[in-house]
Design a protein. Structure first.
Length: 179
């Protein structure tokens, strides 16, 4: 299933440019035109990555990012702030809002594509790590995946013709009766 990327910018030309840059990436995209629209589309589209402009009507990118990172349902979504602001204070404010990375406008295609690739890879690794953590927790809490009736490794019934581990590979001899 392709990754989902939400592009958030109130400037239609910027959205079209970013969509054109992402044309070669295996992803689905949607566009939000302001901060409130972004929050609404996060719920319905459930993106893996958000390319978020900072200066927008209704809610700024800083406010959107802070709301997303403060909500358990959206805090794991990767956020790449795309901004014309380049003052040190703006970068600090973006980091305080919870952005995962930032990119300056005008957007360079190669830089955008590399950042998107890295962030999606990071998201995939985070998802895999979470899946493995849950698997380990299930194993520790009571058993193998597939249910409690499935035998655990090592609990299978032994056959008489199987060599026990301590016989050097020789078949097990049946017990002999004493006269």
């Amino acid at each position: 299933m392709p990754n989902k990327i939400l592009i958030v910018d109130d400037n239609e030309a910027n959205c079209e440019l970013i969509e054109a840059y992402l044309a070669g990436v295996d992803c689905q995209t949607q566009v939000a035109v302001d901060g409130q629209d972004a929050l609404d589309k996060v719920k319905s589209f459930q993106p893996d990555l958000i390319l978020l402009d900072v200066m927008m009507p209704k809610l700024s990118g800083f406010e959107v990012c802070k709301k997303l990172k403060g909500d358990a349902a959206s805090k794991k979504i990767m956020v790449l702030m795309v901004t014309a602001l380049n003052e040190l204070g703006d970068i600090e404010r973006a980091v305080q809002a919870g952005t995962d990375d930032f990119l300056s406008k005008p957007v360079n295609k190669t830089e955008l594509l590399k950042r998107v690739e890295i962030m999606l890879r990071c998201k995939d690794l985070t998802d895999e790590n979470e899946r493995l953590r849950r698997y380990i927790q299930e194993m520790e809490e009571g058993g193998p995946p597939g249910g409690p009736d499935k035998p655990k490794k090592g609990d299978e019934p032994k056959r008489d013709d199987e060599p026990p581990p301590d016989t050097g590979g020789k078949p097990r001899k049946p017990p002999q009766k004493k006269p």
